[in-house]
Design a protein around this ligand. Structure first.
Ligand code: ADP
Length: 525
């Protein structure tokens, strides 16, 4: 079963993704307004930074809208909004793709002056190659993310990682003053505000569906999710501290030696924190293991108790059965009609109790692992005939017909005849119980290659499709039979399957509600 996620955390991260998407939209919008009205400070965002190219501004503007639309639950199945998402994302990818082609082949498609033809140098109007690559990645990633299905989102997350790496490397280039991190000579480099905007797009895409793909490890409940979050937290704190330490030195706030001191303190501090956290987690894990062992122990003693109690009940119940049987046979003299009637009821009630106690006993043996199979050469047809004979009163009472198709010369099989009888009994009793009067049961036995196939089919109430997976589970009873028959325990098939498995065989079924059920069992010859 997949681990559960923390819905509150998922919601918060989605919200954060929307904020980032909104900021990207605003950066794009500001630069576009700057280009439209020739406001230089808007084109630069910060006075010391270079101008944002028009296509870069427009792509961020569209990207921000797509991020906000994908994140909004209102978008849902609205087709026109989905169309907007796909058109905008494709546009972003195409801008990146054609700009890359321009760089690769030294051509000019004129796409840089499509939006604004104002006189500016080529360098100002064309985005850098890294930005072109990143827009291609962002556009394609958004196309996948917009699919909103886990598989597609995973691909989208993987693609955006490439854009994330490029923008983070550029950002570190600016922080550590290494120009080769953000420029590919002889072309112009990615600008600082562009790198920041791409980083925002990167995180926004990752956080838009935090419960999908690899992001899931950060939002799952329990110790593993907590560990992933803590480690990420330490990593982010370390990076921020390291960056601040470098900026402090670069702005001459302190010298090299003090910067190195800060780096050392940050690294040592992080390690101390991690050791502390690992210790606490292992401690917690140890406690969880102890409580698990305790509950397993408790389970075992409960099963042991049920086994013991059933065993003690079995002897007096058998005695009651014998005595009532003798009385019913009039071994000790005549009885009047009323006495016979009541004795009959006692006998039937006692028989039900014996069946239940046997089921409990077998279940406890299965759960304790003490179910012993004593194989001997068995004639399966004989065991089936005996079991069918036991059911003749019920079959007559419900007027259910039996069709038998036993192949002649069925080989003998090495099985435990007593346990085999229990399997047949459980399957047949279900077929009788869950088939309406005047129904039909077909029992077939034949050799199939190196196996013997046993098939028991009825035309009864069937098993609802949605509940078929659970039918062999202990204590499970389907809704359709629960409504009509209140007596079952839901142990019969659990026991039957355990015995068949332990005997090296296989058991399965096919069923259609209101049409019927067929059980198949195979044993090796
Ligand atoms: P029980 O019969 O005591 O309820 P079982 O373990 O023998 O328990 O069977 C589990 C459930 O499987 C039944 O409650 C019923 O819902 C379903 N089932 C098994 N066999 C049949 C059948 N032949 N026809 C319809 N439902 C069946």
């Amino acid at each position: 079963m997949p681990k559960q996620t923390n819905p509150q955390l998922v919601r918060r991260l989605k919200y954060f993704s929307e904020i980032l998407g909104g900021m990207v939209f605003l950066v794009g919008l500001a630069a576009l307004v700057g280009w439209q009205f020739d406001v230089i400070f808007l084109k630069r965002i910060l006075p010391s930074l270079p101008i944002i190219a028009p296509n870069t501004a427009f792509s961020f503007f569209l990207g921000g809208i797509v991020l906000l639309l994908v994140a909004s639950p209102k978008t849902g199945e609205k087709r026109h909004l989905k169309a907007v998402i796909y058109i905008f994302s494709s546009f972003i990818a195409l801008v990146g793709f054609f700009t890359l082609l321009e760089y690769l082949f030294g051509v000019n498609f004129g796409i840089d002056r499509l939006l604004f033809s104002a006189a500016q140098g080529e360098a100002a109007v064309r985005m850098s190659p890294q930005s072109a690559f990143n827009f291609l990645m962002v556009g394609v990633s958004l196309l996948f993310i917009a699919g909103q299905e886990e598989k597609k989102v995973k691909v989208g997350q993987a693609i955006i990682l490439l854009a994330g790496i490029v923008s983070l490397v550029s950002l570190f280039g600016f922080i550590y003053n290494i120009s080769s991190f953000y420029t590919i000579s002889p072309f112009k480099g990615m600008a600082a505000h562009t790198a920041v905007s791409f980083t925002m797009v990167f995180f926004s895409v990752l956080l838009i569906f935090p419960d999908f793909g690899f992001m899931r490890i950060f939002v799952i409940r329990g110790l593993s999710g907590l560990a992933a979050r803590r480690l990420l937290f330490v990593l982010v704190c370390m990076m921020i501290a390291e960056v601040l330490a470098t900026i402090g030195r670069r702005t001459n706030f302190y010298g090299y030696s003090f910067e190195i001191l800060i780096h050392l303190v940050v690294i040592l501090g992080s390690f101390v924190y991690l050791i502390f956290f690992a210790f606490r987690s292992l401690d917690e894990l140890g406690k969880m293991e102890t409580s698990l062992a305790k509950s397993q122990e408790l389970d075992r003693s409960k099963t042991e108790f049920v086994g013991l109690a059933s065993h003690q009940l079995r002897t007096p119940l058998t005695a009651i059965s014998w005595y009532t049987e003798m009385l019913l046979k009039k071994d000790f003299g005549d009885l009047n009609a009323k006495q016979m009637d009541y004795l009959g009821e006692i006998y039937a009630g006692n028989q039900r109790m014996i069946d239940l106690v046997d089921d409990l006993l077998n279940t406890s043996r299965i759960d304790m692992g003490t179910l012993k199979i004593k194989p001997e050469l068995v004639n399966l047809a004989e065991v089936m005939e005996n079991t069918l004979n036991e059911f003749s009163p019920q079959l007559n009472q419900k007027n259910i017909s039996i069709e038998k198709k036993f192949s002649r010369n069925l080989p003998l099989s090495k099985l435990d005849s007593e346990h085999l009888g229990i399997v047949f009994q459980n399957i047949l009793s279900n077929a009788v119980k869950y088939t309406s009067p005047k129904g039909k049961i077909m029992v077939e036995m034949r050799r199939q290659n190196s196996h013997i196939l046993v098939k028991i089919a009825d035309n009864g109430w069937g098993i609802p499709a949605v509940q078929q997976k659970k039918i062999f589970t202990k204590l499970f009873r389907a809704d359709n039979v629960r409504k009509r028959d209140t007596e079952g325990t839901g142990l019969g098939l659990y026991i039957a399957r355990a015995i068949v498995k332990k005997s090296g065989g296989k058991i399965w079924f096919e069923s259609k509600e209101n049409k019927g059920t067929t059980f198949y069992i195979t044993f090796k010859v």
